[in-house]
Structures are given as C-alpha cells and as structure tokens.
Design a protein around this ligand. Structure first.
Ligand code: ACM
Length: 362
C-alpha cells in the first residue's frame, strides 16, 4: 500500500565522464531522471547535460493536484497527460475528485445505478481506473480518490434516493453551487451502503488514503427532517457540525476496516475525531496551523486554487509552512504539503490543460 512515507530522495552527479544517479527507491530514481532531463541541452545537432552535483529530496511528502471530474467529465487521455505533467514537476499525489452533485464518475459493480443514473454515461470503468492507477504509479504518483459526502451527493441520490436526508426524487444537477441533497447520517442502511461501496473502492484504489470530502454540507435537509433533529438531541449532539462529526466517526470506522486512512476538507475538523485523519485546508492557512497545533495532519490548498486563474506569482507566495508560522518542528512536520486544485465548473477536456499548466508547477 502506498502512503506518505515513500523515500523520494536521490543524488545525481553529472561530470564530463558520466552521469551517476543513486536512489534508495524506484520513485527516487524517477525524480532523479526528471532532474537529468531538465539538465539536458539540445542545440539542434547534438545534446549534452550540464555538469552538476545534486543531493535532493522533497521538502514535503504530499505535493498534489486535484482534478474535479464531477462538474465536467475528463476522459482518461486528459488524466494521463496531466499525470505526465505532474511527473515532470515532481508532484506525487493525484487527488481524483470523482463524485459531485453534477456527476458520479466511477463504475460500481455493487451499486450500478450510481453510474447508470448519475453520470450521463460519462464515467470511468473499473478497468480504466486500474489503468490510470498503474500509469500514475509508473510515474511515482499516488492516486487518492475522493467521494465527497455527506453533501455534494445529489448524483448518488438519483439512483439511490433512500440514502438522502430529504425526500426525492433527485436529478443530476445542471448548474453550479451548493445544493441541499445530503446523506441521512441517522440510518444504519446508509452506513451499510457506504461500507459495501467504500469496500469495493478500497479494492480498486491501492493508496493508503481515501478522501471523504466533507465540505459545504449546508445542513438544510438535516434541520428540516424531524427524525434527524430528534436523533441529534437523543445523542447529545449540539448542532449539525457535531452530527457531521458523528457521521465522520462512523465513516472512519468503515475506512479503517477496509485498511484506509481518512482525508477530508476543513469541515471534518472536530475534537471528536482522532488525530490520524488528514485535514485538507481550503478555507485558509490559519486552520492548518490550528490543526497542526492540536495534533492533526494537514494539507494546504487555500491559495492554490487553479480555477481562480490567479498569476503564478501569487501561488509562489503561499507556503504550507511559512517562515513566520510559529509552529514547532514537530507541529510543522504534521503539515504534509499542499495540493493545487483544478475545480471543474468552467473547464472542458479542451481547456483544462491551459488552466493547470504551467501554474501548477509554481
Ligand atoms: C471546496 O472548495 N469546497 C473544497
């Protein structure tokens, strides 16, 4: 199983006589070969390499790119050419945002109505997923799938409205924003469904981590459902955030059973959750530092939203652990790195590369 402990270090020595690359792992060799390529000089008649002595390892173990294929589907060839780009930039985590209100993008054999009714026919087969995971692995890139829940799930509810906190029927959402469709966190059938589904996906995605989203649950369906309000009171849960923490604790049990660690957006942060979850911060670097001080692992994405079309210089200025962070070494070590996010509202297979590159390199 792949995880953050991968050793990516290498040494490279280029002299007039030879180029020597040493690394303790295959991934380290891949990183060194990328550096060697960048030292290449071509003048039209011959090629050479600049002489250099390089002793390199990444500052952060998590250097990711999120691609949202929920809002607009991106075919396998688009994913693969962006994995090539990631390898060239020595990025090592492809965060595949696979489900949204606007589309459910992966084949489930256990719950086929997910893709049959939730995708307009635009989804990855399990063979395609295995192919992408292998392609990424060959480039030293881990694939972390995201199944965003309990909000952002309308496309699941088209085929399985019984999972919802509100009354159906549901249709694939055809516009952008935050919508009400939400899982019911009080019913055991929902957890049985998620156990089976996430177990199936755990077999498809070999990485140690699985992302459960958790962002932008507006809580409207929960507050409007008397049975859910009563459940909250019975369980002493102060508000919908506490109810979502209950949902996340149940999810964590399921992920743990299937051998996976949990990643989620800022909103999963809650004192009721154990310290080995990873919080991905999209709302600001402050929450990352707060989490790290309290013992949580974190990834920074605030400041790295590629869909905002900010200049590369603005991304260079954002650092997961800035010099003035005030964090101790142990706290800073909990910040695993960063992820650039390519949200898919306004991109197509034709335009997405121009949004990702070259700024993701920054
Ligand atoms: C997010 O931008 N809602 C993660």
């Amino acid at each position: 199983m792949q995880g953050v402990e991968e050793d990516e270090s290498y040494t490279l020595e280029v002299t007039p006589e030879l180029a020597a690359l040493h690394a303790p792992t295959v991934v380290g060799v891949l990183r060194g070969l990328e550096t060697l390529l960048q030292l290449g000089l071509v003048d039209g008649k011959s090629y050479s390499f600049q002489a250099a002595v390089i002793d390199d390892k990444p500052r952060f173990p998590w250097r990711g790119l999120l691609i949202d294929v929920g809002r607009h589907f991106e075919p396998v060839e688009v994913i693969k050419r962006n994995l090539d780009g990631m390898a060239a930039a020595k990025m090592n985590v492809f965060h595949w945002h696979l489900s949204e209100d606007q589309g459910f993008r992966v084949e489930s054999k256990r719950f086929p109505k997910l893709q049959e009714l939730g995708s307009d026919g635009q989804f990855y087969t399990q063979d395609q997923v295995r192919d992408v995971v292998a392609y990424a692995r060959d480039r030293g890139v881990r694939v972390v799938p995201e199944f965003d829940m309990p909000g952002h799930v309308t496309a699941w509810l088209v085929g399985y409205p019984e999972l919802a906190a509100g009354r159906g029927p549901y249709q694939i959402i055809r516009k952008f924003g935050v919508f009400d469709g939400t899982f019911d966190p009080t019913r055991e059938e929902v957890y049985q469904f998620l156990d089976t589904f996430l177990g199936e996906m755990a077999g498809l995605f070999p990485d140690a981590y699985m992302h459960i989203g958790g962002d932008e649950n507006n809580g409207k369906q929960w507050s409007a459902n008397p049975a859910i309000v009563a459940f909250r009171k019975e369980h002493g849960l102060a508000d919908n955030h506490a109810l979502q923490a209950y949902f996340n604790r149940r999810l964590l049990q399921i992920l743990t059973k299937h051998g996976k660690k949990m990643v989620g957006w800022d909103e999963i942060f809650h004192p009721d959750l154990p310290k080995d979850i990873v919080v991905q911060s999209w709302r600001g670097a402050d929450s990352l530092g707060t989490g790290a001080r309290q013992g949580y692992l974190g990834i920074l994405s605030s400041g790295y939203y590629l869909d905002h079309i900010d200049p590369a210089s603005s991304h260079y200025e954002v650092d997961p652990v800035p010099a003035d962070s005030g964090l101790s070494d142990a706290e800073a070590a909990r910040i695993l790195g960063g992820e650039a996010c390519m949200w898919g509202e306004h991109v197509t297979p034709e335009s997405i590369d121009s949004r990702i590159w070259p700024r993701a390199g920054a």
